[in-house]
Design a binder for this molecule. Sequence first.
Ligand SMILES: [Zn+2]
Length: 150
Amino acid sequence: GIQKARTGRLKKPFLKVEDVNRSYRPFYLQLTSMPSINYCTHKPCSPFDIEKPSSVQKQVQPKPRINTDGDKCGGTPVQLQLKEKRKKGYCECCLQKYEDLETHLLSEKHKNFAQSNQYQVVDDIVSKLVFDFVEYERDTPKKKRIKYSV
Ligand SMILES: [Zn+2]
């Protein structure tokens, strides 16, 4: 392929990782500022959390941190929630990237896989396990058949 040779030096601060044989493209990390250990964050927040400018107010009225997985110490929980709504990812069955999980699960390719015998390897392991739960009969609510007369 035609590749323009782009030459130059990386802007500081940076981190460059390259394999010793130089068989692969190096990869870089360039940040405006490198992480620094912040001992002022409240336990158990990450010491790499950057405190918001409004952190002064927060310290005055510390909120109890209960069941808040969302990062309160400088993250962007709103954006994270938006990301989760649309679950992008990679399907290891179809060897295919997808933009939306639900849509992919309904795709023809995935449905074919899900109904195939490709899960035999799982079933083989499951068959070695012992089923020792109490198995109730299915609750059968008396079938209410709604008959529509035409
Ligand atoms: Zn799939």
